[in-house]
Design a protein around this ligand. Structure first.
Ligand SMILES: [Zn+2]
Length: 241
């Protein structure tokens, strides 16, 4: 598992080190889940956004770590943890596909990585995603320079105010960029039972700015209290309430 700052290529001074010789892929011996044919597959575990933009596209299109069985041609995704690094924008997302099934263990590993990362590169921010859609969302949020906790707060507001269109018991919201210019933030609605996209909601940017103003400069850091992390989930907050 590349769960170290070395794997992230963060040098002692917090610069991105030379990645030469660092393994970004790993070979796995598996069996086709459909026909049982043994396969040796190369799985991607570390992605550097700056020099591998095609892999960002692969994540967005759900093509990353998708392999095809030579025998039966079944295509499937190998769900292994992936580090997505964007050194230019100073963020990383650790995508742990089965993380929701072992939250405490993953949180513990994440916090260990986060503290060694903070020691090497204090301005670097680390994020945790369980699902591919969360990884995509977090990349978009960080690329737009938005605060992920504020995005969760806005989702919380949308769920609370529009239970008919965004019932937190039945659907999940994902930030999907700006809608038709800088005026609105778009959230797509995904049915949690089927995993299908069922709609989109646009939230006015000024509402977002107002929420940002509400939390700015508060000594008690209420957003961190609402969403302590490391995994952020507005629905969890509503379900716990
Ligand atoms: Zn097969």
């Amino acid at each position: 598992m590349p769960a170290t700052t070395e794997a992230m290529g963060l040098g002692a001074r917090g610069r991105m080190a030379d990645h030469e010789g660092m393994s970004r892929t790993r070979l796995h011996d598996i069996r086709c889940p459909k026909c049982g044919e043994p396969m040796r597959v190369e799985v991607r575990e570390v992605i550097h956004a700056a020099d591998e933009p095609e892999l960002r596209d692969a994540i967005f299109a759900d093509r990353l770590n998708v392999v095809e069985c030579d025998a039966c041609h079944w295509r499937f995704r190998i769900d292994t943890p992936v580090f997505y690094l964007d050194p230019g924008r100073r963020f990383a997302v650790w995508w742990v596909p089965d993380g929701a099934n072992r939250k405490e263990e993953v949180a513990e590993q994440f916090r260990a990585m986060e503290s060694s990362c903070a020691a090497a590169a204090p301005d670097f921010r680390m994020h945790l995603a369980y699902e591919r859609r969360e990884l995509v969302e977090r990349i978009l949020v960080c690329e737009a320079g938005l605060d992920p906790r504020l995005i969760e707060y806005v989702k919380y507001m949308i769920h609370s105010r529009n239970p008919s269109r965004a019932d937190p018991a039945a659907c999940r919201l994902y930030y999907a960029g700006e809608a038709g210019g800088p005026g609105h933030l778009r959230f797509v609605v995904v049915d949690t039972a089927t995993g299908r996209l069922t709609g989109a909601l646009d939230y006015p940017r000024e509402g977002f700015e107002a929420a940002a103003g509400l939390f700015q400069g508060r000594p008690s850091a209420p957003l961190t209290e609402l969403f302590p992390g490391p995994h952020l989930d507005a629905r969890q907050l509503l379900q716990d309430a």
